[in-house]
Design a binder for this molecule. Structure first.
Ligand code: UGA
Length: 459
């Protein structure tokens, strides 16, 4: 099929590239002409594993193109995926102005009827509003537009794998559009694609189910899923705080909890909490949406509150370990909001860095892929590609992102470079026993404190 993808951010680019790799003819459009120029020059503007490979393959097959002219993309396609940003407004509600703009473009640029697929994460009932907007903006043209909600469940860092091996594909429809959606996803549903992640080793067994729902349900499924996962993380974080007070080990507790299939072991990792462009804003938008219909989503408000307090809890540990922060050289390991991505939006690591700067620390930072993005927003830090350089003369290492590379550092070598063998681990990445063997003082969340006798009694 001929498909257009409007918006070349994390979602749009992965969606466009993977649909092209699956055999469709895809035109991706974005208002950011510089980004389009990069893409046309073969430069991938974001870090996402396997995306470069998929884009090269789709370009070579002549299946994907990029344009700054959304009208061109709209006119030449049967179906249009809307993948533009929906950032939070001051009041927690989602800002839907980019979707409204795209609706106006579709209505005015289209020369034939189109299937319009809402993929951006939006509050419930946006699909219905989108259809009304398309009708209003195209009045007199004789064209009709059908709207489908097709929420994405891609995780940054594993988005390509998630696209080709989804748990479920949800399509919310108001009419007979499910058949076209099934056609779009047929290569995935029937496993008729060359898997860029596993090559041939993932077999050919169809994995995903296509779930057909109403538009409102589809929108709610996305919000309810993300908010539940965020709730799970905050729950684990409070359990971790309790473990510290009671003298239990959060890893032991959450591991055993997760063996119960009703609970499941994922998203129970305690630490600095959730960041990124999805969970914080989706949680807020869901609470706001519930409020607008008179439902007080108290447990989600609590999850949000707990998450905000994670930074305070981490800074408390820094004080406990270092006493005075002012004038001390600190190494921040990790700037991305999670491992596997260069995305620093709403990254807890940046909050930590800012707090340390505000207290007068000399902050050195490293990250495998997020340095250039971080430099643009926090020029006051000193950046290092090499983690051992960041750790040189540092009085403490603050682990803020769960990159495996930080767990697997040669900590003996790191310790020799550091002014003090002290690690404050915001992601429970290292093993307390290992750090003890290497003679480190080691603080983490909900686990044994190593070298506690050196910590300041005030806490
Ligand atoms: C999330 C969802 O997982 C995706 O299904 C969804 O499609 C996406 O949002 C979206 O709405 O676009 P993502 O934001 O890429 O994906 O990242 P996650 O892997 O969910 O992690 C979110 C945050 O939670 C990260 O900061 C991570 O460090 C933190 N986290 C995750 C924990 O603190 N503990 C955990 O156990 C798991």
């Amino acid at each position: 099929m001929h498909l257009a993808v409007i918006g070349c951010g994390y979602v749009g680019l992965v969606t466009g590239a993977c649909l092209a790799e699956a055999g469709h003819d895809v035109v991706c459009a974005d208002v950011d002409a510089a980004r389009i120029a990069q893409l046309n020059a073969g430069i991938v503007p974001i870090y996402e594993q396997y995306l470069d490979k998929v884009l090269v393959s789709a370009r070579e097959a002549g299946k994907i193109s990029f344009t700054a002219d959304a009208g061109e993309a709209i006119r030449c396609s049967d179906a249009i995926f809307i993948c533009v940003g929906t950032p939070p407004k001051e009041n927690g509600d989602a800002d839907l102005s980019a979707i409204d703009n795209v609706a106006r473009q579709i209505a005015t640029e289209a020369r034939s009827c189109k299937l319009v697929i809402e993929k951006s994460t939006v509050p419930a009932r946006t699909g219905l509003a989108l259809r009304q907007a398309l009708t209003a903006y195209s009045r007199g043209s004789g064209l009709t537009f059908r709207v489908v909600s097709n929420p994405e469940f891609l995780r940054e860092g594993t988005a390509v794998e998630d696209f080709f091996h989804p748990d479920r594909i949800v399509v919310g429809v108001e009419d007979e559009s499910a058949a076209e959606m099934r056609e779009i996803y047929r290569p995935i549903l029937e496993h008729k694609f060359r898997c860029p992640v596993h090559q041939d080793s993932c077999g050919s067994a169809p994995s995903a189910q296509l779930l057909v729902t109403t538009v409102n349900s589809a929108e709610l499924i996305k919000h309810a899923s993300n908010s539940f996962l965020a709730l799970k993380i905050s729950y684990a974080n409070v359990v971790a705080d309790l473990c510290e007070k009671i003298g239990a080990d959060v890893e032991e507790v959450t591991h055993a909890m997760g063996l119960d299939p009703r609970i499941g072991g994922q998203f129970l990792r305690a630490g600095l909490g959730f960041g990124g462009f999805c969970f914080p804003k989706d949680l807020q938008a869901f609470v706001h949406l519930a409020g607008t219909v008179g439902i007080d989503f108290e447990i989600l408000k609590a999850a949000e509150r707990v998450n905000k307090q994670r930074i305070d809890r981490f800074v408390d540990k820094v004080h406990q370990a270092l006493w005075v922060v002012k004038g001390k050289r600190l190494a921040i390991l990790g700037l991305a909001f999670k491992a596997g991505t260069d995305d620093i939006r709403f990254s807890p690591a940046l909050d930590v860095a800012q707090r340390m700067l505000a207290e007068g620390a000399e902050v050195h930072a490293t990250d495998p892929v997020a340095l250039s993005r971080a430099k643009a927003v926090l020029p006051q830090l000193t950046y290092h590609d090499d983690p051992y350089e960041a750790l040189h003369n540092a009085e403490a290492a603050l682990i803020c992102t769960e990159w495996n590379g930080f767990r697997d550092l040669d900590w003996q070598r790191a310790g020799k470079r550091m002014a003090r063998r002290l690690v404050i681990d915001g992601r429970n990445l290292c093993s307390p026993a290992h750090m003890r063997d290497l003679d480190f003082e080691y603080f983490s969340f909900g686990r044994e404190l190593v070298g506690a006798s050196l910590a300041h009694a005030a806490h």
